[in-house]
Design a binder for this molecule. Structure first.
Ligand code: ADP
Ligand code: MG
Length: 726
C-alpha cells in the first residue's frame, strides 16, 4: 500500500539539487524499482501521488519561522565538529541569513556532509525547525542544498518510494508521464455532479481529473502547504472518488462474471436431511440462525454459485448453520467440503457437525472423509478414493482439501471456516479447484468468520460477497466479566484458580507465542505449567480426585494435541496451559475462567476470540488480562486501548470497529490479504460518503457504458484485477 511505504532516504550527498535526471538505460536500477512499485504505464506514474511537499521556493529567516515548521534556511558555517558522545554525530553551527544561529545535527553522515559543512561555506538547509529563539534552533538531518543554485519554482512533491529509486528520478519520471498520459474523463458528468462534495473551483473552474493531478503533482507555490496535504481538498476527493469507483466497478465485474457461471441447484426434499438434522438437534435454532439458514438455502437453490460470508460472533452458533447447508447439498445428491485453517481446528469446529450428520448418512450408504496433512498414506488414499467415487458425502479437512490432487465426484458446496485466515491466493485456488468439479458446474461457496467485517470494509474489500449475519447469541449464555491486572498480581490469580477448580470449574491459561522467540516463549509456557501444577498440588475437585494441569503448545504432534484437548473437554484436566493454539474454535462449556498472560502482546480480535472460549455455559465467567510493562516501564498506547476495549465491550462488532480504528484496514485484513494496494488514497474511516457514492454509481455506469467502465478499471487497477476478484 503506497501510504505504508517509507519515503526514500533523502540524497545524502551534498550539495544536491532538486532537478533530476531523466530515465536513462532501459533496465537501470531505478527502472526495476519502478516496476517493483507497479509503476509501469504512464497512468501508473500519474496516479502515484505525493506523500507531502517541501517548500524550496524561498529562503526563510529564523524570525519568521516557528518550531515545527519545515523551512529552507541559508547561512554560513561557523563551526563544525564530529562528537563521539553520547552517539557519534556531526554537528555544525550555521550563522543564518537574517539573524540568529541554527545547529545542524546528523547521526548518519558522509564525507560529503563534512565537506559541504566546512567552516566558511555557505549552504542551504531544509528541514524541520526545533527549539526556540531563547533555547536555540536545531535541525536534525536537514537536507543540504547548494546556496548558489536557483531556488525551485514550485513546491517539491515527496513521493512514496522504495530502495534504489531516488526522489529526483521519480519526480522526473512522473513529470514525463504527466505530459504523455491520456486523461480523458471516464466518469460521466452526472455522476460527478452527484459527488458529495463541491468540485467547482478547480483551475479551469472545475476539478477535472487532469486538473486534480496537476494540482497535486505540480502545485502552485502560492498554495498553502496545509491545503495541499489535506486529503479533504477537492483535488484529493476527486481522486479518492475515482479510486473507489474503480474498486466498485471491479466488484460489479466480478459479480457479473460469477453470475455467468453455473452451479448445481441444491434443494432438499421435504422431510429430507436438513429437516431430520434439525429435529435431532438438542436445541432450537435462534431467530438469527433461522434467518441466515433461509438466506443460504435461497442461494443454494439458484443455478449460480453462492459467494456468501456468514459472520457471527464467537459462540453465536455458526457450525450448526454450516451443518444445515451441508445437509441441503447432500440431500440434493452432492458433496460438501468443510475446511478450517488447521487440523486441530478442523476437528474441533466440525467434530460436532460430523457427529450430527454421520448417523443420518449411514442409512444412505454415504460417509464422511477426513483429509489432513498428517494422516498415514494408506488412510489418505482410501479417503481420496471415497471422495472420487462420491461415496463421501462430506469431506472435512484443512487447506489440504484444496491444495492437493483431490478429485471430487460432485462437489456442490464448499464451506471455509475462519475465512479471514485464508489469503486471497487460497480463495482463488479454491475457486479454481472447485471450478474443475462436475460438468462445468461450480460449487457454492460459504465462508464463515467470527471477526465481523466493519461496514466500510464490507462495502469495499468484501463488496462482492453477500453477507449473512448472526446477531444474536444462543439463550442462556452468561456475560463474561473482564478485568485487567498487572503481572505482579499473579499470586491472587492463582488463588482464584484454586477456588475455581475446587468447585469443579475449568480454566484456560494462555501464554503468548511470538514467532521470533518461539523457544523462549515455549520455555515460559512450560514454566507456567510447572508453577500451576505445583500451586494446585493437593487440590481436589468436587469428585474427590486431585486436579490435573495440562500443557498444549504448537510443537506437540497432532495426536498429542488431540489427546490433550480431548482430556480437557472431558474434564480430566482442570487447567489447560496453552500457547495460542486454542485461539479459535474450542468448545468446553464448563470452562469459566480465562487467564491471558502478556495480554498487551495480543491483537484485539485475537483477545476477543480467546475470551470467547469461556462464557459458553450457564456459569458466570471471568476473563483476566495480565499485562507486563515492557522495558520502557509502560504499556504502549495502542495496547492500552486494546485492553480498555476488552473491558468496555463484549460485542464483536464494536470490537471489530475499534480494532479497525487502532490498526487501520491493511493490518486489520492481515498481511496475507492486504498484499495488494486495494485503496491507496481513500480512507475507510473518513470517506464513507464517497464509498456510498461509488456503490451507487458503479452498477449504473457498467450498465450504461461498459466500455468506459472498462477503461476506468484498466486505468486504476491495471494488472491487479485478478486479486480483486478473489
Ligand atoms: P461459533 O459461531 O463460534 O462457531 P459454535 O457453532 O461453535 O459457535 O456454537 C457454540 C455453541 O453453541 C456450541 O456448543 C453449539 O452447539 C451451541 N449452540 C449453537 N446454536 C445454539 C442454539 N440455538 N441454542 C443453544 N445452543 C446452541
Ligand atoms: Mg466456529
Amino acid at each position: 500500500m503506497a501510504r505504508a511505504m517509507s519515503p526514500a532516504p533523502e540524497p545524502v550527498a551534498a550539495p544536491a539539487t532538486a532537478t533530476g535526471a531523466v530515465p536513462a538505460r532501459a533496465d537501470s536500477g531505478p527502472q526495476r524499482a519502478l516496476r517493483r512499485l507497479g509503476l509501469v504505464r504512464p497512468i501508473d506514474l500519474a496516479l502515484h501521488l505525493p506523500l507531502r511537499y517541501e517548500d524550496l521556493t524561498r529562503v526563510r529567516t529564523l524570525s519568521e519561522a516557528r518550531a515545527g515548521d519545515e523551512v529552507l534556511i541559508e547561512g554560513s558555517v561557523i563551526a563544525t565538529e564530529v562528537r563521539p558522545h553520547p552517539r557519534r554525530q556531526l554537528v555544525a553551527t550555521l550563522q543564518v541569513a537574517g539573524g540568529g544561529r541554527c545547529t545542524l545535527r546528523f547521526f548518519t553522515f558522509y564525507p560529503s556532509h563534512q565537506k559541504a559543512l566546512a567552516v566558511g561555506s555557505r549552504v542551504r538547509a531544509h528541514g524541520e525547525l526545533r527549539g526556540s529563539d531563547w533555547a536555540g534552533w536545531t535541525m536534525m538531518h536537514p537536507r543540504l542544498l547548494s546556496a548558489d543554485a536557483p531556488l525551485s519554482q514550485g513546491l517539491t512533491p515527496v513521493y512514496p518510494t522504495t530502495a534504489g529509486l531516488p526522489q529526483a528520478y521519480l519526480r522526473a519520471a512522473i513529470a514525463h508521464a504527466l505530459r504523455q498520459v491520456d486523461l480523458t474523463e471516464t466518469v460521466p458528468s452526472d455522476a460527478l455532479a452527484d459527488l458529495p462534495l463541491p468540485l467547482a473551483g478547480g483551475p479551469g473552474g472545475h476539478w477535472t481529473l487532469r486538473a486534480a493531478l496537476q494540482y497535486l503533482h505540480q502545485p502552485d507555490p502560492r498554495e498553502p502547504l496545509a491545503a495541499l496535504q489535506d486529503r479533504q481538498h477537492p483535488a484529493w476527493q476527486r481522486l479518492k472518488a475515482e479510486e473507489l469507483l474503480a474498486q466498485q466497478l471491479a466488484q460489479v465485474q466480478a459479480r457479473r462474471e460469477r453470475d455467468a457461471l453455473r452451479a448445481p441447484v441444491l434443494r432438499a426434499a421435504p422431510e429430507g436431511l436438513p429437516q431430520r438434522l434439525q429435529a435431532a438437534l438438542p436445541f432450537a435454532l435462534t431467530g438469527a440462525q433461522r434467518r441466515v439458514v433461509a438466506e443460504i438455502a435461497a442461494d443454494l437453490a439458484r443455478p449460480v454459485p453462492m459467494h456468501r460470508l456468514l459472520q457471527g460472533d464467537v459462540g453465536s452458533g455458526k457450525t450448526v448453520v454450516a451443518a444445515l447447508a451441508a445437509a441441503v447439498a447432500i440431500d440434493a445428491g452432492w458433496q460438501c467440503a468443510l475446511m478450517a485453517p488447521t487440523e486441530i481446528l478442523a476437528e474441533q469446529h466440525f467434530g460436532k457437525l460430523v457427529q450430527w450428520i454421520e448417523p443420518l448418512l449411514a442409512p444412505l450408504g454415504r460417509t464422511v472423509a477426513w483429509l489432513t496433512g498428517s494422516q498415514p498414506r494408506a488412510q489418505r488414499q482410501a479417503m481420496l478414493a471415497r471422495i472420487a467415487s462420491g461415496e463421501a458425502a462430506l469431506v472435512v479437512g484443512t487447506h489440504a482439501v484444496i491444495q492437493e490432487q483431490v478429485a471430487f465426484a460432485r462437489l456442490g458446496l464448499a464451506v471455509i471456516d475462519e475465512q479471514h485466515r485464508f489469503g486471497v491466493a487460497q480463495r482463488l485456488a479454491l475457486r479454481r479447484k472447485a471450478g474443475a468439479s462436475a460438468a462445468g458446474l461450480e460449487p457454492h461457496l460459504l465462508m464463515m468468520s467470527a471477526t465481523p467485517i466493519p461496514r466500510t470494509l464490507a462495502m469495499t474489500v468484501y463488496g462482492d460477497l453477500d453477507v449473512s449475519t448472526i446477531d444474536e447469541l444462543p439463550p442462556g449464555r452468561s456475560p463474561i466479566v473482564t478485568k485487567v491486572l498487572a503481572a505482579h498480581r499473579r499470586p491472587a490469580v492463582i488463588e482464584r484458580i484454586r477456588a475455581q477448580v475446587a468447585q469443579g470449574r475449568q480454566v484456560y491459561w494462555v501464554c503468548p507465542l511470538i514467532e521470533e522467540s518461539e523457544a523462549l516463549d515455549l520455555r515460559a509456557a512450560t514454566a507456567t505449567h510447572a508453577e500451576l501444577a505445583q500451586a494446585l498440588a493437593g487440590v481436589h475437585g468436587p469428585d474427590g480426585r486431585p486436579v490435573q494441569v495440562g500443557l498444549l503448545h504448537a510443537r506437540l504432534a497432532a495426536a498429542e494435541k488431540k489427546a490433550i484437548m480431548a482430556a480437557f473437554a472431558a474434564g480430566a484436566l482442570a487447567v489447560l496451559v496453552s500457547t495460542t493454539v486454542i485461539e479459535v474454535g474450542v468448545d468446553v462449556p464448563n470452562a469459566s475462567l480465562m487467564v491471558i498472560e502478556h495480554a498487551e502482546r495480543f491483537g484485539l480480535s485475537q483477545l476477543h476470540q480467546l475470551r470467547g472460549r469461556v462464557g459458553r455455559g450457564t456459569v458466570a465467567s471471568v476473563c483476566l488480562l495480565l499485562y507486563s510493562p515492557g522495558e520502557s516501564g509502560r504499556v504502549s498506547d495502542s495496547a492500552r486501548e486494546r485492553l480498555r476495549a476488552m473491558v468496555e465491550t463484549q460485542d464483536g462488532f464494536e470490537i471489530a470497529r475499534r480494532d479497525l480504528a487502532i490498526r487501520g484496514p491493511g493490518e486489520f485484513l492481515g498481511s496475507r490479504q492486504s498484499g495488494t494496494p486495494l485503496l491507496r488514497f481513500a480512507d475507510l474511516d473518513t470517506d464513507e460518503p464517497l464509498i456510498e457514492w461509488a456503490r451507487r454509481w458503479a452498477p449504473r455506469l457498467w450498465a450504461r457504458d461498459p466500455a468506459a467502465a472498462q477503461r476506468h478499471l484498466e486505468r486504476w487497477l491495471g494488472g491487479k484485477l485478478d486479486y480483486l476478484k478473489a
